[in-house]
Design a protein around this ligand. Structure first.
Ligand code: URA
Length: 216
């Protein structure tokens, strides 16, 4: 992915690539079945990871090759913790684990109160976060309420370096997250027009959790 395919603006990285554009279109299509949706969402997570991990620190190591020679190499410098926000964030985990099999996985449970649109926190199970790079996952950055609450929760548990990864975002959600936690880098594949009165991103792709789990 060349630099010109990644646009950076105030801590927001818009990850753009022909494959990402095509797969995102397939996810937006209401005719895409849950089976297809699941596969494509995980593929997109894997494609995004390439950019998300671009600035990961590595440590120098020496290895011995089959030719009995020493070669200078690299290992990941800090532990990586992947934290999906339940439930839709689960849809991004496997695509990332494929490339980061050594990562630990925490979970944060939030659901949206459909009347108030406010996040209700109901679950947190997290490994050691201090000293780790934490990838916080939610496919949709909509109102920003869940992500703001999830980042606060991670900080309370000792997280120092958090990267927020979403598939789709919109300006209100980005603004909300940046107002509350300006230092958190945001990675997204598209910034959509806005939010409807039910807090859904439009044109969006609908309810990511429902489409992933087939609970429509
Ligand atoms: N959550 C979703 O799944 N979709 C939206 O558009 C907004 C929040």
């Amino acid at each position: 992915m060349s630099e010109d395919l990644v646009q950076k603006r105030q801590n927001v990285t818009l990850v753009d690539h022909p494959l990402i554009r095509v797969k995102l279109t397939q996810l937006r299509d209401k005719e895409t079945s849950p089976m297809e949706f699941r596969a494509i969402l995980q593929q997109l997570a894997g494609l995004m990871l390439f950019e998300v991990t671009r600035s990961l620190e590595t440590k120098s190591v020496m290895v011995e090759t089959p030719l009995m020679m020493e070669a200078q190499g690299h290992t990941i410098g800090k532990p990586i913790v992947i934290v999906p926000i339940l439930r839709a964030g689960l849809g991004l985990v496997d695509g990332m684990l494929w490339m980061l099999p050594e990562a630990k996985i925490g979970h944060i449970g939030m659901y949206r109160n459909e009347a108030t649109l406010q996040p209700q926190h109901y679950y947190a199970k997290l490994p050691e976060l201090k000293g780790a790079t934490v990838l916080l996952l939610d496919p949709m950055l909509a109102t920003g309420s869940s992500s703001v609450a999830a980042v606060s929760e991670l900080k309370q548990h000792g997280a120092e370096a958090i990267i927020f990864v979403c598939l789709l975002s919109c300006k209100p959600g980005i603004n909300r997250l940046q107002m509350a936690h300006p230092e958190i880098p945001i990675y997204t594949t598209a910034i959509d027009d806005g939010l409807n009165d039910k807090g859904y991103i439009y044109p969006g792709l609908g309810d990511a959790g429902d489409r992933y789990f087939g609970t429509i």
